[in-house]
Design a protein around this ligand. Structure first.
Ligand SMILES: CC(C)(COP(=O)(O)OP(=O)(O)OC[C@H]1O[C@@H](n2cnc3c(N)ncnc32)[C@H](O)[C@@H]1OP(=O)(O)O)[C@@H](O)C(=O)NCCC(=O)NCCS
Length: 148
């Protein structure tokens, strides 16, 4: 099921598909126009996991981030649910870290729901604080230093 997959920079024509995954799995409060702006500022930090399906390619996972000085703020990572627990999320995060490494980034940080803490810990991120805590949800700050 994870045959024929490639991780590469997202092309602009795929932004609608990327946005629909983002809206369904990560955040439905940010408009497409904002995500489009982030993309134009930092296209190299927008990666997709593309799966070949006959002559077509479909996106089964996304990761994207924004640069702030020497830090990357991870805005989204998501994998279509039928592809969970097959290592795709980990591959996407590694690919982003590789691009970050070649761009002088020293740290990646993310605000994450507490139920995905384990995924980040497995990938070498450490909890650096609590961004929000109320009866609806807890959002943690997870960070990884990637300076070589
Ligand atoms: C978080 C997410 C991207 C993980 O993607 P994935 O491809 O399933 O992750 P991987 O297969 O690389 O998982 C690596 C490890 O992380 C941990 N992990 C992943 N998903 C987990 C879960 N739901 N609960 C607990 N641990 C989890 C496991 O230790 C896993 O290793 P294992 O499968 O050998 O046990 C995916 O679950 C997702 O899209 N969730 C919805 C969107 C979201 O919450 N994004 C994060 C906030 S932006």
């Amino acid at each position: 099921m994870t045959e024929n997959i490639t991780i590469k920079q997202i092309s602009e024509k795929d932004l609608d598909e990327v946005y629909s995954i983002y809206r369904d799995y990560v955040n439905n409060n940010v408009p497409l126009s904002v995500v489009r702006e982030w993309f134009h500022e930092n296209p190299r930090f927008f990666l997709g996991c593309y799966k070949k399906d006959g002559d077509e390619e479909k996106i089964v996972g996304i990761v994207f981030a924004r640069q702030q000085n020497n830090e990357l703020i991870l805005e989204a990572i998501a994998v279509l649910s039928s592809y969970w627990r097959k290592g795709i999320g980990t591959k996407l995060l590694r690919a982003l870290e590789d691009v970050a490494n070649t761009s002088g980034i020293e740290r990646i940080s993310a605000g994450v729901a507490s139920n995905v803490k384990e995924f980040y810990e497995k990938n070498g991120y450490r909890m650096a604080g609590v961004l929000k805590e109320d009866e609806d949800e807890t959002v943690l700050i997870m960070e990884k230093n990637i300076k070589k």
